[in-house]
Design a protein around this ligand. Structure first.
Ligand code: ATP
Length: 142
């Protein structure tokens, strides 16, 4: 009986509503899953997971790449990972000042919890996006 060969690479696609943020052959990828970070190597068992705001890292041609994604889903197959995310930016493209301002705005809104004009859930989500961006930007090697 012929032995099934395991894939040695994963085709990674990261898709947002406005663009294809990544289309790469990778040897490993780490995803910010709802229940924690998930490390995927070629040959991984199929799964579908919800993503939360956080860093997504992958290795392509021996180099490590870091992106930040905000909410979405990932479909994992032995030789393929498809990420559908609301937004995705490369760590190097994160505008830190903008994320700091977004964080301050969200924190100000969250302080006004008695104000019926403030949508707390929206402010909480904005805060999580901003924190994910700031944390991911810190991962860029000096
Ligand atoms: P802001 O209030 O600053 O717009 P936000 O969290 O509401 O932040 P999103 O709705 O998540 O922004 O993203 C809108 C668009 O702007 C997306 O294309 C996203 O990639 C981009 N974007 C948002 N914040 C940043 C950032 N700090 N650096 C780079 N791109 C960003």
């Amino acid at each position: 009986m012929a032995e099934a060969t395991l894939p040695t690479e994963i085709r990674l696609d990261i898709v947002t509503p406005d663009r294809l943020a990544a289309h790469e052959a990778v040897t490993g990828v780490t995803l910010p899953g709802k229940n924690g970070y998930l490390g995927i190597l070629p040959g991984h068992a199929p799964l579908l997971t919800e993503l939360v705001p956080g860093a997504l890292e992958y290795t392509a041609s021996g180099a490590q790449h870091t992106m930040v994604v905000n909410w979405g889903f990932a479909e994992v197959l032995p030789d393929r990972v498809i990420v559908l995310a609301q937004t995705a930016e490369r760590a190097e493209d994160i505008d830190v000042e903008r994320a700091e301002k977004a964080k301050e705005r969200a924190e100000e809104r969250l302080k006004r919890f008695t104000d019926p004009e403030v949508d707390m859930e929206r402010a909480q989500e904005a805060l999580r996006r901003a924190i994910a961006r700031l944390e991911t930007a810190k991962r860029i090697p000096e």
